[in-house]
Every structure is written in C-alpha cells, then in structure tokens.
Design a protein around this ligand. Structure first.
Ligand code: DQA
Length: 140
C-alpha cells in the first residue's frame, strides 16, 4: 500500500518554528520515524512538502491514481484553500488530516478547515504522534 504524506506551508521549518507550539522535532525527524513505522506496518510512504498551494494541488493530481491514501497537514492552507479541498475531492481513496497543534484551542481563524469536509479522519493536538496514528489507520 502506497501512502503519500503531504505537508503544507512553513512545515519545512518544523523544529525551529514556534517550538513552544510545534515542538523541537524537524520534518526530517518525522519522516524518519514514519518510515520506520511504515516498514513495520508493511506500508510504503512518499513524502512531499511545499510552501505553495498550487504545488500541493498538482501533487494530489499526480498521486490520484497511485496512492492508496493521503495523510495531509495542509498547515495554514487548511483554513483558506478550497483548491486543496477540490483536488482531494478528485481522489477516491481515504484522506487523513493531521494537525500537530490543537487548532480548536487556538485562534478562531484556525477552527475551520476546508479539508475536514473531505477527510475520513482528523487528528489534531497530539503533536507529531498524529502522523504515526494516521499510518496506523491505513494499516488497520
Ligand atoms: C498546523 C495548524 C495551522 O493552523 C497552522 O497554520 C500550521 C500548522 C498544525 O499542524 O498544527 O501551519 O496545521
């Protein structure tokens, strides 16, 4: 099973970016942990991060026919992007949305995510463990 892990804007700075909110682990650390777990679960994973909305839309198009699932943290684009929602609506396999922080505990503008209307599941506030739990979902 091939699962794509997509990360949106500013997540390339994970570990350096507001560590009091997002923690000290880098995105490379998360990728490393996920690869180890995916191997145990017999899943194949591909990683992609972009700071550009259109690049994420085009990545969804590219993987539409190959991915058995998508784990996506759309970051700030969660709260603004109908384009990413529409792209995910062209994809027929499950989507799990992950947020490192609990978006519902934060500013009101973070409480709504367009992507949630498409996601089978949403994990928020469990730190980077959320990505691992999303992998377990695809293994189960
Ligand atoms: C985030 C939450 C978003 O509100 C924020 O814009 C991010 C990261 C999270 O993982 O907690 O960039 O998606």
């Amino acid at each position: 099973k091939l699962i794509y892990v997509l990360n949106g804007p500013n997540l390339n700075l994970l570990g350096k970016r507001q560590p009091e909110i997002y923690g000290h682990e880098t995105l490379a650390d998360v990728e490393h942990k996920m690869r180890a777990r995916a191997a145990q679960l017999d899943l194949e994973i591909e990683f992609f991060q972009s700071n550009f909305e259109g690049a994420l839309v085009e990545k969804v198009h590219e993987v539409r026919d190959k991915a058995a699932g998508i784990i996506i943290n759309p970051a700030a684009l969660s709260h603004t992007s109908v384009a990413i929602l529409d792209a995910l609506n062209t994809f027929e396999s499950p989507v799990i949305e992950v947020h490192i922080s609990n978006i519902h505990k934060r500013e009101a503008f973070r409480h709504h995510s367009w992507v949630s209307a498409r996601a089978e599941g949403v994990i928020a506030g469990m730190g980077t463990l959320g990505y691992m739990l999303a992998l377990d979902y695809f293994a189960s």
